[in-house]
Design a protein. Structure first.
Length: 210
């Protein structure tokens, strides 16, 4: 997905016209989504002032007006700075309302929810080789981030805290796949060959005892 936004591969000619003007913005958006599992509005409401790069953190505005400080990793810091310094319009030409907004449209306004959904669907559909309608929504991308974290060994409580789930049972839904992961792992360590003569002799002996 991030390769697609960097290279433009898989985009139509019409899409490439806009991609050339927004690829750094799009890359930063996708990096934040997959790293932090942000909700759509959490990402949309980010401001430049939300980020304190010297302290390595940024502020998220959660549901119910809650503010949370998050550590920023090196990758996200790089792509966000790249967008701010090399693509985002200078604040001097923006309206007072949009001067601090991080992610802007080509009309120099804070990006709206519909545009963010279309952006995510576009790049996820390319990565999955499906139609644009078959791409992921931001919520599905959030779920993917949660599943990936659990698959990489983080506890459901760690993931619950990162994603701001009110109830741990919500996070447990993303852990349901682990039983399949366990099966795949142990199947990878099969060391008895079914075609081996000694294996067949063991099977015969077991059947006799049964």
């Amino acid at each position: 997905m991030l390769d697609a936004v960097e290279s433009g591969e898989g985009l139509t000619d019409k899409e490439k016209i806009y991609w050339r003007k927004t690829k750094l913005r799009d890359k930063a958006i996708l990096a934040l989504f997959v790293t932090y599992g942000l909700r759509l509005n959490e990402l949309r409401e980010l401001n430049i002032s939300s980020f304190n790069f010297s302290r390595g953190e940024f502020k998220i505005y959660r549901k119910r007006g809650k503010e949370v400080l998050m550590p920023i990793n090196h990758t996200c810091e790089l792509v966000i700075k790249d967008y701010i310094y090399n693509e985002r319009p200078q604040s001097e030409i923006l309206s007072e309302e949009n001067k601090d907004a991080l992610f802007l449209s080509l009309q120099n306004k804070r990006l709206n929810p519909k545009a963010i959904r279309q952006l995510v669907k576009k790049y996820t559909s390319i990565s999955m080789d499906t139609t644009r309608d078959g791409g992921y929504s931001p919520h599905k991308l959030r779920a993917t981030a949660a599943t990936s974290l659990i698959q990489n060994g983080f506890s459901i409580y760690d993931v619950q805290n990162l994603l701001d789930h009110d109830n741990v049972t919500t996070t447990q839904l993303y852990a349901a796949h682990k039983k399949h992961v366990k099966r795949d792992i142990v199947n990878n360590f099969e060391w008895i060959d079914d075609n081996d003569q000694s294996t067949n002799e063991i099977k015969v002996e077991i059947e006799r005892n049964i």
